[in-house]
Design a protein around this ligand. Structure first.
Ligand SMILES: [Zn+2]
Length: 241
C-alpha cells in the first residue's frame, strides 16, 4: 500500500462499522474514489470534520486494491455557508449527486471537479438565481461528457448565421430557412448567446453573467425539454430543488 495525496470534494459519506466512515471523493488525481476513514465517528477524532459532503481539500491516504484509507485530511473549504440555508443545501446536493452518478473511477475527472467547485462557490455567493445555476451546471456537465446540443450551426444545412430555432429532435439549432420545413421552438438571440457562452467558456469564467428573467425562463424551458428527452435519469435530490 502506497501513500498518496488526493485533492478533491467529498461527494457522499456513510457510516460503516461502529466508528468508521465510507466516503466517495471526486479527486483531481484519481477520478472518483471510495475511501475509508477509520475512527472518523469517534468523538475528538481528527477526521470528524473532514468527512462530510461538500468538504474540499487534500486527503493523505493509503492506496488499497479497490479503495483508499485516509490517514489525514486538510480541508481548505467546508462550504459552511451552503449548509446553513436549506435551498442552497438542496441544490448543492443535486450538484454532488450528478457528479457522483456521472464520474468514473480511475478516469481523469479534473473538468468535472473544477465545474463542481466553481458551481458550489457560485451557489454559496448568493449572486445567481438557482434556476440559472442549475442550467449552467447541467449544460456544462453535458459538454464535459460530450453529449450536448449544437448551438453554433444549423443541424440541417450547417449554416452558422440566422440561427433562430431550437430542435430537440435534431439536438440543436436550426437556421431561419430550414425552420420553414423543420419543426422547432423559436428562441431569442440572447438565449442562444447564453447557451453558446456556457458551451464554449472556460469553467473558471462560467459564472460571470446573469440573465434577465425573460431570457432565463426561455433558457430553462429549452434545457428542461432537452433534459426530459435525453437525460432521463432521475436524481433523488431533484425533488427538492
Ligand atoms: Zn439551415
Amino acid at each position: 500500500m502506497g501513500l498518496v495525496i488526493l485533492t478533491g470534494i467529498v461527494l457522499s459519506s456513510s457510516d460503516v462499522g461502529e466508528f468508521d466512515k465510507r466516503l466517495v471523493i471526486l479527486t483531481k488525481e484519481a477520478g472518483r474514489v471510495t475511501a475509508f476513514a477509520k475512527g472518523a465517528r469517534r468523538p475528538n477524532n481528527a477526521l470528524v470534520a473532514a468527512c462530510s459532503p461538500f468538504c474540499f481539500g487534500t486527503f493523505e491516504a493509503f492506496e488499497g486494491r479497490n479503495s483508499y484509507h485516509i490517514s489525514k485530511a486538510n480541508i481548505s473549504n467546508y462550504f459552511r455557508d451552503l449548509a446553513i440555508e436549506y435551498d442552497k443545501v438542496c441544490l448543492g446536493s443535486y450538484f454532488l449527486e450528478v457528479a457522483d452518478f456521472l464520474s468514473v473511477e480511475g478516469v481523469d475527472e479534473r473538468n468535472r471537479l473544477a465545474l463542481l467547485y466553481q458551481s458550489l462557490k457560485a451557489l454559496e455567493s448568493g449572486r445567481f438565481s438557482h434556476r440559472l445555476l442549475r442550467n449552467i451546471y447541467d449544460l456544462k456537465t453535458w459538454v464535459i461528457d460530450g453529449e450536448y446540443p449544437n448551438v453554433f450551426s444549423c443541424m440541417c444545412c450547417g449554416k452558422k448565421e440566422s440561427l433562430t430555432t431550437f430542435s430537440i429532435k435534431r439536438h440543436g439549432m436550426i437556421c431561419k430557412e430550414c425552420s420553414e420545413t423543420e419543426p422547432g421552438v423559436d428562441i431569442s438571440g440572447s438565449t442562444l448567446y447564453a447557451m453558446q457562452f456556457i458551451v464554449s467558456s472556460s469553467i473558471e469564467k462560467l459564472y460571470t453573467f446573469v440573465l434577465n428573467s425573460e431570457t432565463e425562463e426561455e433558457l430553462t424551458r429549452i434545457l428542461d425539454a432537452y433534459r426530459l428527452n435525453y437525460r432521463a435519469h432521475k436524481y433523488k435530490s431533484e425533488d427538492f430543488i
